[in-house]
Design a protein around this ligand. Structure first.
Ligand SMILES: [Zn+2]
Ligand SMILES: [Zn+2]
Length: 255
């Protein structure tokens, strides 16, 4: 059994949230043999989500668990606002993600020229400090693509990355969160899953719950490579992945 906890039904905000556009996501989830599909659109499109649609689809697709979450854009100065959004909604789960350092959207190809302004080590340090701040808020259930800094292949020694990630993993554990294995990176310049195998192994060693994510922005990509991730996790002796129901983590056996 597998899951996909990171699906963007609204894509990049270019679609409407209507049943006929959502059904293909569920059909694809069925084809991919998913037990759970988690919709986690970007928080900036929150107002475009019609939550009733998910209820209707849950009745129609009774063999798949539809979970409803949101991918939050972590900004240190907006923690209170984010907590209010979570209080006002009945999410099954939330993802905390860092795509911005200050006002720089560092994972967007249109803003790549700004890498020139950074020493790459300082960039990684700043990125992981920001991720740590995101986790420390205690607002989120899933840590999103935690080594996203590698997206355009700006690299530092992996030992440096592992040193920077150590306190991040400790905090994920402390907050009883899950870490996602996000296969979206396979389709980015880095051409790797997030996070790297070294980090996945560190998380497994620390008994951090893991979940599986495609980061699909189109229905065609739902569940993409989830079978591969299941195989990786089984190799590492992982027996279950994390799912979420009304804010509670549930264990989903991999067999
Ligand atoms: Zn993201
Ligand atoms: Zn995403």
């Amino acid at each position: 059994m597998t899951v996909d906890y990171h699906v963007h039904s609204l894509g990049h905000g270019d679609r409407k949230h209507i049943i006929s556009e959502l059904r293909p996501f569920l059909d694809k989830a069925k084809t991919m043999g998913l037990k759970d599909i988690g919709f986690a659109d970007h928080d900036r499109y929150l107002d475009n989500i019609n939550f009733k649609n998910y209820e209707e689809l849950s009745r129609e697709y009774s063999h798949i668990n539809i979970r409803v979450g949101l991918e939050f854009e972590y900004f240190p100065h907006l923690v209170y606002e984010m907590s209010r959004v979570i209080q006002r909604h009945n999410f099954d789960y939330t993802i905390g993600s860092v795509h911005f350092l200050g006002d720089w959207n560092f994972d967007h190809p249109d803003h790549m020229n700004q890498y020139k302004k950074w020493n790459v080590e300082d960039f990684y340090t700043k990125y992981f400090q920001t991720v740590l701040g995101c986790i420390e808020t205690g607002l989120f259930n899933i840590a999103g693509h935690i080594d996203l800094a590698k997206v355009f292949n700006y690299r530092v020694e992996q030992t440096k990355v592992l040193k920077l990630i150590e306190p991040v993993l400790a905090e994920i554990k402390l907050q009883s969160m899950a870490m996602e294995i996000n296969t979206g990176g396979l389709y980015k310049p880095v051409n790797e899953i997030y996070p790297s195998m070294d980090i996945i192994k560190m998380a497994v060693k620390r008994d951090i719950p893991l979940t599986i994510s495609s980061d699909a922005h189109r229905f065609e990509d739902v569940g993409r490579n989830s079978g591969m991730v299941v195989e990786i996790l089984k190799e590492l002796g992982v027996k279950w992945v994390a799912g979420f129901n009304k804010g509670h983590m549930v264990e989903i056996p991999l067999d």
